[in-house]
Design a protein around this ligand. Sequence first.
Ligand SMILES: NC(=O)c1ccc[n+]([C@@H]2O[C@H](COP(=O)([O-])OP(=O)(O)OC[C@H]3O[C@@H](n4cnc5c(N)ncnc54)[C@H](OP(=O)(O)O)[C@@H]3O)[C@@H](O)[C@H]2O)c1
Length: 264
Amino acid sequence: MISLEGRAVLVTGGTRGLGRAIARSFAETGATVWVTHRWGSVDEEVLAADFARDELRPPVIAECDASDRSATDALLARMASAGEPLHAVISNVAFAKLVRGLDDLTRRAFDLSVGYSAWPLVDLVQASHAAFGAYPRYVIGVSSDADRWVHDGYELVAASKAVLESLCRYLAVRLRQDGVRVNAIAPGLVDSELLVDTFGAEVAADLRARGMMLDPARVARVCVALASGWMDAVNGQTLVVDEGWSRVSPLALLAGGTGAWGAR
Ligand SMILES: NC(=O)c1ccc[n+]([C@@H]2O[C@H](COP(=O)([O-])OP(=O)(O)OC[C@H]3O[C@@H](n4cnc5c(N)ncnc54)[C@H](OP(=O)(O)O)[C@@H]3O)[C@@H](O)[C@H]2O)c1
């Protein structure tokens, strides 16, 4: 067991989906977990009860738009005044317009995608230093497979994830001598509301039946591992977290994905 008792961890967009799973995993270490949201789509009492059911300390929930630097500064200042050192920051929020036709590819849409999905990583690192007088020990950017595969309409998702991964690499080297470790994770298809909303319930059911959907809790544990101290030799990397599905040949998938090539 890893104990992060007495240390603070921040997960942006931590009230739902993968962010919530990451928050839960860090709560299991005893860390004080702070989660952010923008739209209040999750009832705070329901979220607290979800943690409490497994005897986890509920997270501190803060409204903070990931793309808003002054809101990020205010949040980090609030965290610093709580008195615990900042152990890890997980930049999890992403937002990008789906591209239905070439006209959707606009400079404004690109800027928005980067502003929500990549740049918050930089804001979080700078705001942490301003508030705590030190960088977080671990910084993790949540990327995806969008920059490796071509999904229908995912141009802006892919572009912003590519920017996020580049920023992780450069920050990793820049902050190395401060003892900071900066990495990205690139999960495959995570069983989540977002995936069902984006690709449809039928596709999601099919992916589930084939064992191709990742349990968010398993992805979340990779973040805790990266922030555990056991993986400090890993820095500036993007870790593909997909249980090996991106290694399976398209021919095997076409053949039905059975036997060694099939589920789990
Ligand atoms: N789902 C997948 O299959 C998958 C696969 C690979 C990678 N990922 C990556 O995993 C990350 C999370 O995805 P997800 O599917 O878990 O998302 P999600 O279910 O849509 O959850 C989004 C979370 O972010 C909050 N949020 C939304 N806009 C925000 C903003 N501007 N500022 C702060 N918080 C905001 C939401 O709360 P409110 O709505 O209440 O604001 C919620 O807590 C993303 O980076 C995504 O690219 C997902």
